[in-house]
Design a binder for this molecule. Structure first.
Ligand code: NAP
Length: 269
């Protein structure tokens, strides 16, 4: 596993498990299985309704808590300072944890600054080791950091071959915020195995198109959180650190960028 050092000094794995759409017993099983296969970062959110199952999966894995990096997010139903404070306690309880490694504001909300104030307090008290945001574009981010005490450690955003966000990444890096890619495999909406560039590069390194895409992002020092409910893919998605793309290959993958979202719901921000 490779890591990125956050502005808090803590290290975050470059590959983690996404859990959106994993529910019930299947979620418990996949979280535990992923940890057994070497995953150390698990990404959940109050909005996914699976924090309890993620917590159970962690317990079932038998791993030491301090080896893991657990991320969750609070969202619009906690749209005030007071509600956000309560939400943080709920997440700790649901996950059966006494601290959270990374707590994010799920989306830019007009009440974001006061919600973030509750996150800052949890950070100062040690209940949360790092805090951050999600789905903030350049404008939202620049406004946000002008008004917060703690610069977000992470901005988790849509990032895949059709929406590569080079400009936002540069801005975040300049200000000490790490980028994390959600839907790094485009949620299956792009058929990666149909992409000639990925197939050609994959053949050279004996890797699948999905592995090439995940390597492309992690080589840019962008953390990825692919989700899979299949053991074989869990193994595949973390097996990406034994090769390095060269400059020409990076250039070729960069040319696939359409600089646009695949998810219309993000346009409302
Ligand atoms: P994703 O990880 O890009 O793609 C998941 C899809 O790809 C699933 O259909 C999965 O199918 C398939 N897949 C997984 N590994 C594969 C492989 N090696 N080869 C081919 N297909 C593969 O999409 P995502 O779940 O939307 O995003 C990842 C995580 O980011 C989420 O789970 C969630 O934790 C987070 N997220 C955050 C936000 C936010 O607003 N902050 C938004 C969306 C997502 P199988 O399961 O059948 O293998």
């Amino acid at each position: 596993m490779e890591y990125i050092i956050l502005n808090t000094g803590n290290k975050m794995p470059l590959v983690g498990l996404g859990t959106w759409n994993l529910r019930g017993k299947e979620c418990v099983k996949i979280v535990s299985l992923a940890i057994q296969h070497g995953y150390r970062l698990i990404d959940t959110a109050q909005m996914y309704g699976n924090e309890k199952e993620v917590g159970q999966g962690i317990l079932n894995s038998g791993i030491n808590r301090n080896e893991l990096f657990i991320t969750t997010k609070i969202y619009r139903i906690s749209n005030s300072y007071e509600k956000a404070k309560i939400a943080i306690e709920e997440s700790l309880k649901n996950l059966q944890l006494d601290y959270i490694d990374l707590l994010l504001l799920h989306e830019p909300y007009s009440q974001g600054p006061q919600m973030y104030h509750a996150l800052e307090e949890a950070y100062f008290s040690g209940k949360v080791k790092a805090i951050g945001i999600s789905n903030y574009d350049e404008n939202w981010y620049q406004t946000f950091i002008r008004n917060c005490k703690v610069i977000p450690a992470v901005n988790q955003v849509e990032n895949h071959i059709y929406y590569q966000k080079w400009k936002l990444h540069e801005l975040l890096t300049k200000n000490g915020t790490a980028m994390q890619a959600w839907s790094p495999l485009a949620q299956g909406m792009i058929k990666l195995s149909d992409q000639d560039v990925l197939k050609k590069i994959g053949k050279k390194y004996n890797k699948t198109p999905a592995q090439i895409v995940l390597r492309f992002l992690t080589q840019r020092r962008i953390s990825v959180i692919p989700k899979s409910k299949h053991e074989i893919r869990l193994i595949e998605n973390i097996d990406i650190f034994d090769f390095k793309l060269d400059d020409e290959e990076i250039k070729q993958i960069r040319q696939l960028d359409k600089n646009d979202t695949l998810f219309t719901w993000t346009k409302r921000f």
